[in-house]
Design a protein around this ligand. Structure first.
Ligand code: KG4
Ligand code: ZN
Length: 342
């Protein structure tokens, strides 16, 4: 069974073809970074227009990469939410429209479900049940995953998402958009203990996160050190590193607590911040020492991509399809726990 996957929830236009037996057959991502960089962040209307321009040629290209005609496709999966509503509507309309034209089912996919299933694209696949640490620009949560569609949110952020904190702190340090990966690069191998920033919520029971206080602490320290001048390169490196270490400490600590609380021994890390090298190193070394296994998708499946949408669509196909003709379904907000089993 072959599923075409379409992702347009934010600033990546992405398309892929996934086959239940052969695995991933084609995978294209068009990043809109250059388009949004002059604005210092994603401009929703620009994102939607770019999706409109790019999507159909990318679908054609992806089918050509896979060496198949539309007749070989069994279903079309598209991201239905959560995300930017205008951007989602582009993928949903194109997905449902092509499905109607080609006489195929359309499969609305939850973006965060796709992120947490992304490690199943790899050869070293985690078995259910596992705990998922979902860390992206819009979400930070720990989820107990008993199986497909069987999700219990253990805790999530009360304010900023981890990626959002990375992006805002990076902006404050004068780094170009998108800040997260830039800040991680700047941090490099500098000292991580120069500034003692708070580890939000780490000392407390419960699996909630909070990152806005940490972001403010870095801003205040930067302002104090800057005075009337500019921050030296070495201070910027140390600020970046101390910030990154505080986020990583928090994510590692809460992940450990979640594994203990559920009695599970597998952790899946997904979402854009899952590409962070320091987070990967620390999770691997500290969790394997306690007998747990950590699973990451490769970086290109951590950040937004069509492969995870096609995979999630194929795992839900055809059981949970809405009856009748393909529907255009787009939801800016969509609780992961609302999903049922396929
Ligand atoms: O999952 P994703 O591609 O899009 C959303 O659904 O949000 O995640 C993007 C987020 C951004 O905030 C970006 O700055 C962050 O992931 N990110 C990183 C790294 N790579 C991406 N944050 C820290 N270190 C990285 N290496
Ligand atoms: Zn995402």
């Amino acid at each position: 069974m072959k599923v075409l996957g379409i992702e347009t929830s934010c600033d990546e236009t992405a398309v892929a073809v996934y086959d239940g037996e052969q695995g991933l057959m084609a995978n294209r991502v068009w990043s809109q970074i250059e388009l949004h960089r002059p604005h210092g962040g994603v401009v929703p209307e620009l994102a939607s227009r770019e999706h409109v321009e790019r999507l159909l040629p990318m679908i054609e290209g992806c089918l050509a990469d896979a060496g198949i005609e539309p007749q070989a496709i069994d279903g079309i999966a598209y991201t239905a939410g959560p995300g930017l509503i205008g951007a989602l509507l582009v993928g949903a309309t194109v997905g449902a429209g092509l499905a109607a034209a080609w006489g195929l089912p359309a499969i609305p996919v939850h973006h965060m479900e796709a992120h947490l299933l992304a490690p199943l694209l790899e050869d070293d696949r985690p078995a259910f049940p596992f705990v998922a640490l979902l860390v992206s620009g819009g979400h930070t949560m720990l989820v107990e995953v008993a199986g497909i569609g069987r999700y219990r949110i253990l805790g999530q952020t009360l304010d900023d998402a981890a990626g959002e904190a990375f992006d805002k702190t990076a902006k404050m340090l004068g780094l170009p958009y998108p800040g997260g990966p830039q800040l991680a690069l700047l941090a490099g191998n500098g000292r991580a203990d120069r500034f003692a920033f708070p580890r939000p919520m780490l000392g407390r029971q419960g699996l909630e996160f909070s990152f806005s206080g940490l972001k403010t602490a870095v801003a205040l320290k930067a302002r104090e050190l800057r005075g009337d001048g500019v921050l030296s390169e070495s201070v910027r490196v140390e600020l970046a590193n101390s910030f990154q270490e505080a986020v990583v400490d928090t994510l590692v600590g809460k992940s450990r607590q979640a594994l203990q609380a559920t009695g599970l021994s597998r952790l899946v890390v997904a979402g854009g911040v899952g590409a962070n090298r320091r987070l990967r190193e620390r999770l691997r070394s500290e969790l394997t020492a306690t007998g747990c296994s950590v699973y990451y998708p490769r970086n290109e499946y951590c950040t937004d991509n069509g492969a995870m949408i096609a995979l999630a669509g194929s795992l839900r196909f055809p059981a949970t399809l809405p009856a009748g003709p393909p529907v255009v379904c787009a939801r800016a907000r969509w609780d992961l726990e609302e999903l049922g089993q396929p």
